[in-house]
Ligand binder design. Sequence first.
Ligand SMILES: Cc1cc2nc3c(=O)[nH]c(=O)nc-3n(C[C@H](O)[C@H](O)[C@H](O)COP(=O)(O)OP(=O)(O)OC[C@H]3O[C@@H](n4cnc5c(N)ncnc54)[C@H](O)[C@@H]3O)c2cc1C
Length: 503
Amino acid sequence: MSADRQQIELEVDVLVVGSGFSGSLTATILQQHGFRTALLDRTHHPRFAVGESSTPTSNLLLRDLALKHQLDWLLPFCKFGPWTSTYPELVCGLKRGFGYVAQSAGRAFVPRADHANELMVAASASDETSDTQWLRSDIDGFLFEQARKAGVQCYEDTALELLEQPTGWDFRGRSRETDLKIRAAFLIDATGSTELLVKHLQLAADASQLQTRSRSLFGHFAGLPRWQDIIEESQPLASARHPFRCDDATLHHVLDEGWMWWIRFRNDVTSVGFVLDAERFPLTDEPVEAEWSRILAKYPQLNAAIAKAERLESIGLKRTPRLQRYVPELAGRNWALMPHTAGFIDPLHSTGIAMSLAGVDRITTALLCRDDQRQRVDLLKRYEEQTLTELRLVDLIVSGAYRAIRQGSFRKFAAYAMTYFAAVTTWERRQVQSLDGTSALFLADDSGFRETVKTLHALIETASETDFERQCEQSLRPYNHVGLFRPPEPNMYAATAVPESPR
Ligand SMILES: Cc1cc2nc3c(=O)[nH]c(=O)nc-3n(C[C@H](O)[C@H](O)[C@H](O)COP(=O)(O)OP(=O)(O)OC[C@H]3O[C@@H](n4cnc5c(N)ncnc54)[C@H](O)[C@@H]3O)c2cc1C
């Protein structure tokens, strides 16, 4: 061992491993409330991270975290206008809503006058109040620095060796210059798919009970042509009746193999990825570049668009195995897993950031019951139950979408997507009205809603398209507060986000 290596010994109340946005926010909040907190990552900021699309649900959660813990600097991130005026140097994208486009192999997309092959769901009614696409390297790096400023002991590029003790946790960490010894009373695993603690504690991961089977390939591209310009090449008025510019959205191209996302940032970079139905298109030993090109070649407009863009080689092309993870045990006496460590379903409809932020709130609320061990245990148990219920509901919503894709029915896909929009718009309305804000996301703890989704899920395979649409509309009626199924312009929704509340 070199003599000039720095030797550090720390004793903390909480160690958070993983400094994605969820780890950094959790550490900051705990430190702010007087916990001695450390935050450690195996890599360093800025670094690439995928998962960029925020939603009205995630923005409400972010706002509530900011207000609850007096984190004034966090508030601007809840909306596009305040974000870009307060933090112009941190790159984000304008997200007015969700767009879904039915693509057919070998053919160019031609928008229909009745919009039967596209669906656009606006969240907010203006750019200023709109959601955002997070360039994760920027926002995660910023949040990590905020944790440091708050007094959290922060370490990057540090490899950890972990030893559980009866009364706490002992770690040996090692970075290029430092040997670290940390003793922590409580451990939070925010390492995402690395699942550090899941492996250490040998928790029983069981994705076999999930119905969604998908995998992903993705990268970042500069100069990707706009979808609006592409469709207007053949039809100059193709986007005239769109409720918002279709590129100011999380754009989903629905394909035979699954779907493709386009998430555009203000710096002309676009996050692009395929999510493939892994049941029909399992991972093989085909090289990632070859697979990427082979799928793209089937869709002439998408292929031409990507050919005009430049892939960011610093990120490259990444490919995942099956995306689904599910660990049914999320917390113990002196540890907790963040939601993204415990499980993940699929990026469809962008549920991940909301789930992670709900996890930040639930775990910090539990830990803040310092003097009431009983209540802390109860709250961690509730966190576990709610997160698992949410994961299972998202699994139902997403796997149903893949069923519709397998049948080649965009009509069923669009009708079934309303389960998601009914869930979030109802939850958002309840959230701004209630003061406790403790109900599960996506109405996952509403047994009536869960049964409705289950019934519709089963019907996707058996009902005709017309019957299925009718059944979706009828059964979702109690949860339909924003005119779903009957917008003035078919499949085009002008605004669904709950009006601002002064909470
Ligand atoms: C393909 C894909 C697309 C997605 N798209 C969306 C989307 O559009 N919208 C959405 O809402 N959600 C999306 N998600 C989900 C989203 O990515 C997650 O919700 C989010 O990343 C969770 O953030 P996090 O901070 O908890 O974890 P992560 O972002 O996974 O951060 C984990 C951190 O832990 C560190 N780490 C890992 N292992 C170790 C270790 N052994 N020791 C120390 N540090 C370690 C990493 O370096 C990283 O900094 C997507 C997910 C995937 C896989």
